[in-house]
Design a protein around this ligand. Structure first.
Ligand code: ADP
Ligand code: MG
Length: 375
């Protein structure tokens, strides 16, 4: 198989504008055959627009959408072998569950017996047997969601587009559907392009995650890559990193790279040997990688970043506790600690207490300061 046939959908330098508004800009992304790819981004970042371009409901002003390595611009939606599960299900309210699911097959004028058989199989697959004669208003949110899924799957598309399909479900049902969707995809071998603004959902479900911000692709990779090695400030922040320091690159040493904040504080990182000296960068660290101590923490082998400060906030979050510490340059450093590791914590940490925050140099994330992008 050559490289292009491994891709089922590809966007090449796509630009999509609505009037003056640029919804997607110079957007390139290749979706592999059979993968579960998630588009992750905040509201308004262009996720639905991207799905509509793939489905053929919109055409780009610039660039190309390829399906099976062929330019799809002349292909109307119904010839693309791509189906969509819409954000608000878009079920036909006046049709029963059976007729909703059968609709696409009826349009194709398949024999009635064949339609009945296929609808029955798919309703079983989404665990809805016995609900054939109900109308959408007689269904729960989760059931509506399953009908929408069945209606798209019954047409056996090569690609299924799912636009925030779990957004309207409560937490428990949502988690259950996440697992079921994953299983369904494995069973059917269909390529899924799934849209969410929820980073945890993206991590749980996907083979790869594409992070999108203001119509641009920020980063694409496995969930682990996106989480552990964000390439940009935006991706880091979206994936839960809360502490960012503006620094300059001072020197590369065998123990890591030394940076300095504007206030002259040294910070260390281990993953930035390729950064030129004096380069402006952002050094970041996740709240759960920072430790909070009363006394000066001791280095044990590798470089430790240490900052002295004052405790200004302590919030109980159930399984975890979140602390905020104001360090000497006035910046807040957020620390998050699991409550199961409480034994190690001195009791009675109160607001105003003098404390230290510290993290290992290996936990520092470094990326170019906003505006410049290095990949
Ligand atoms: P998302 O799905 O990530 O929330 P969308 O793709 O729906 O984002 O929208 C991206 C941007 O394009 C938004 O700013 C939105 O307001 C704008 N937009 C989307 N559809 C249209 C349209 N038909 N006309 C004008 N602007 C639109
Ligand atoms: Mg949307």
């Amino acid at each position: 198989m050559d490289a292009s046939s491994e891709c089922i959908v590809e966007l090449r330098n796509v630009c999509k504008r609505y009037g003056e508004h640029v919804a997607l800009e110079d957007f390139s992304l290749a979706v592999r055959r059979g993968e579960f790819l998630t588009l992750l981004g905040p509201s308004g970042s262009g996720k639905t627009t991207l799905l509509r371009l793939v489905a053929g409901f919109e055409l780009p002003q610039v660039g190309q959408v390829l399906i099976n390595a062929r330019d799809a611009s002349a292909l109307p939606p119904y010839h693309r072998n791509v189906n969509t599960v819409f954000q608000h299900y878009a079920l036909f309210p006046h049709l029963t569950v059976f007729r909703n699911v059968a609709f696409g097959l009826e349009q194709k004028k398949l024999p009635q017996a064949e339609i009945r058989r296929r609808v029955r199989v798919i309703l079983e697959m989404v665990e809805l047997p016995g609900k054939e004669d109900r109308y959408p208003h007689q269904l729960s949110g989760g059931e509506k969601q399953r009908v929408a899924l069945a209606r798209a799957l019954v047409l056996e598309p090569a690609v299924l587009l799912l636009d925030e399909p779990l957004g309207a479900l409560d937490q428990k049902l949502r988690q259950q559907m996440q697992v079921e969707l994953k299983r369904l995809r494995e069973r059917l071998g269909i390529t899924f392009i799934f849209v969410t603004h929820d980073q945890e959902e993206a991590l749980v479900m996907s083979d790869r995650v594409a992070v999108i911000n203001r119509g641009r692709l920020e980063q694409v990779g496995t969930g682990e890559e996106i989480y552990e090695r964000p390439h940009t400030h935006f991706v880091a922040e979206f994936m839960g990193v809360e502490n960012f320091f503006e620094v300059n690159c001072i020197a590369h040493t065998p123990e890591g790279t030394r940076f300095e904040t504007a206030a002259g504080h040294s910070l260390w990182a281990c993953n930035s040997a390729d950064l030129p000296q004096h380069a402006h960068a952002t050094l970041a660290v996740r709240p759960e990688c920072v430790r909070l101590t009363r006394g000066l923490p001791r280095e044990n082998g590798s470089r430790l970043n240490v900052m002295k400060g004052e405790l200004v906030e302590s919030i109980y979050e159930g399984g975890r506790r979140r602390w905020a510490v104001r360090v000497s340059n006035g910046q807040r450093v957020v620390v998050r600690e699991s409550n199961t590791s409480r034994e190690s914590r001195p009791n009675g940490e109160a607001r105003g207490a003098k404390v230290y925050v510290s993290w290992d140099a290996t936990k520092s994330l470094v990326f170019p300061r906003d505006g410049s992008v290095a990949r």
